[in-house]
Design a protein around this ligand. Structure first.
Ligand code: ZN
Length: 563
């Protein structure tokens, strides 16, 4: 306590001293091409490594309160009070802030380094400012290395837990999203069995959609969400959907979502299996996949892309789009839009078009690199019907910001297998490919890339608390959605193998839910912190869930029988 008091005194003295000599520096940020003042993420540091935050920094935050009572963010005041003016960036280990484009920073005269960031399409602005305290205006121009919306591609984070209990929060949150250049920010109201108001959204559907230019805030939900069947996301439904009595029968919520024009997917689908009572999507997907209600899977998150489970889904014949999102700010230290996905739109950006683009699988996921990819002139998400065995031309490229990123490896995937691999040795920023492949049976093709971000710390981000996320090094990932090639009277060659694995998964779940195991299972699902599933609901849902499992078993058995 004494130490704390001493520290406070020092800080107060320091601040008094600082304000005695400091002056406001006005920083204005403009897009170099449009000339417009634009929001961005800003870092101001002195030579000693002290960081400075603007007096008028945008307030930022989220709601990850998993208690039954929740955080009590019910209005503008309580929500903004829970926000903060600074960002701890885990990738640079620095303190930054969001600017709406014009910021006032209190500084003593001296030398400062200024860095400005605005999502993956802009180059990092960097300058050294010699601030004499008199000339107090600074203007920064941000340039792009690529302009994806020019080609119809709009970026999105499908997983943001930012509370929006009243619509008056729209302008604040929109600017925060514009600062990260996130065109469609999906603000997910998070649920668990006992509380579906975490990061509460004031409205869903069109009432919950807020658009400024090419930037949209939209309400979605991460619910139902259990550490037994995985975490689900619904986007684009007209209302929030909850079914606490039948919490483990995800199908009811997803069917209702479809009736309301929404789309469904699994969060954290990049998490590996074997994290029982974790957030892996394996078990929940095995139960629900045969019902044709799944539109997307989060395959890139927490600085890690992992595609195996999604490949299975494609090999089973389901056209499911890859998406990415950050789980900001709930998944550990991260930034909104750090992992994101792009969706191709033929017309301008509006939320309904965008939902339709995701539904059609016209996406790619990335934390930096960009992708172009066609098979037989069909773009990502497209389909080609061949009459017989024939060759298809595969053309595309992976490109990265040459100032900050390297590409290490680019791989072309057919039915989950690498059919071409290109490794770069000298830090290339663009890898092109153009080759023919002979297609003999139903197939899907995609491209993925792995790279390295030289502008960031080369350190391991590994969490030490008992959460479930591990953090990788400063690597980059990208993966396109599939392009499908069909041939009459053929099947995907991997289909039966996958069906066998998934059938076994369901048999194992049946065993878990059997009379002899149910008490032990319920003790584990009724976990304190996550309140995954109460014993009562598990017991109440048990027979119906067993029925769902047996229906899905039939689906996978039929595949095996047809081989
Ligand atoms: Zn989740």
């Amino acid at each position: 306590m004494k130490t704390l008091f001493f520290l406070l005194t020092v800080i107060l003295l320091f601040q008094t001293d600082l304000s005695a000599q400091s002056t406001i520096l006005n920083i204005e940020i403009r897009d170099k091409v449009t000339g417009q003042v634009v929001p961005a993420r800003v870092e101001v540091a002195d030579s000693k490594g002290n960081y400075f935050v603007a007096e008028d920094a945008l307030l930022v935050g989220g709601d990850c309160d998993l208690t039954d009572e929740g955080a009590g963010l019910i209005d503008l005041e309580s929500t903004l009070n829970s926000f903060t003016d600074r960002i701890q960036n885990p990738y640079s280990n620095s303190t930054q802030f969001y600017s709406d484009g014009i910021s006032k920073i209190l500084l003593v005269p001296g030398i400062y380094t200024l860095r400005i960031f605005k999502g993956p399409e802009y180059t990092i602005f960097q300058d050294t400012i010699s601030f004499n305290g008199e000339s107090n205006s600074y203007s920064a121009e941000l340039s792009r290395w690529i302009n994806m919306p020019d080609n119809g591609w709009y970026s999105s984070d499908d997983h943001l837990h930012i509370p929006r209990p009243v619509k008056e929060l729209n302008p604040y949150i929109s600017k925060m999203m514009q600062a990260e250049d996130i065109h469609v920010a999906n603000l997910l109201q998070m649920g668990k069995l006992a509380n579906f108001s975490i990061a509460k959204q004031h409205s869903h559907g069109s009432q919950g959609t807020y658009q400024v230019g090419n930037y949209i805030l939209a309400a979605g939900q991460e619910n139902p969400r259990s550490h037994f069947l995985g975490h689900t996301i619904t986007l684009g439904a007209k209302k929030e959907i909850n079914n606490p009595e039948k919490y483990l029968i995800y199908r009811y919520v997803w069917e209702e979502a479809l009736r309301q024009g929404g789309i469904n997917g699994f969060a954290h689908a990049n998490q590996k299996e074997g994290k029982y009572l974790g957030i892996s999507a394996h078990d929940g997907l095995a139960v629900i996949l045969p019902h044709n209600l799944t539109h997307f899977m989060e395959v890139l998150q927490f600085n890690e892309g992992n595609y195996d489970l999604w490949y299975d889904v494609l090999n089973l014949g389901f056209k499911v789009a890859p998406t990415a999102g950050t789980d900001y700010p709930c998944g550990g230290p991260n930034l909104p839009g750090r992992e994101r996905f792009y969706t191709k739109l033929d017309t301008g950006l509006d939320y309904d078009n965008w939902i339709d683009g995701v539904r059609k699988g016209r996406t790619f996921v990335t934390n930096g690199p960009m992708i172009e990819f066609t098979v037989g002139n069909k773009d990502i998400g497209g389909e080609i019907s061949l009459k017989k065995t024939d060759s298809s031309q595969i053309v595309g490229k992976v490109i990265v910001n040459p100032d900050t990123d390297f590409i290490d490896i680019v791989e072309i995937i057919q039915n989950g297998n690498v059919i071409k691999r290109i490794t770069t040795l000298d830090g290339q920023s663009e890898v092109k490919f153009n080759f023919k492949v002979l297609v003999k049976s139903n197939s899907w093709f995609a491209v993925r890339g792995f790279g390295y971000r030289k502008s960031e710390l080369n350190q391991l981000f590994r969490r030490t608390d008992p959460m479930f996320f591990s953090w990788d090094t400063n690597s980059t990932y990208c993966h396109s959605a599939a392009i499908y090639v069909t041939l009459p009277n053929t099947e995907n060659v991997e289909r039966a193998k996958v069906a066998s694995v998934w059938l076994n998964r369901l048999i194992d779940m049946e065993n878990l839910l059997s009379q002899k195991n149910i008490d032990l299972l319920s003790e584990r699902t009724d976990s304190q912190f996550f309140q995954a599933v109460s014993k009562k609901v598990l017991m109440d849902n048990r027979l119906e869930l067993l029925h769902e499992i047996s229906e899905s078993k039939k689906f996978f058995s039929d595949i095996l029988a047809s081989e």
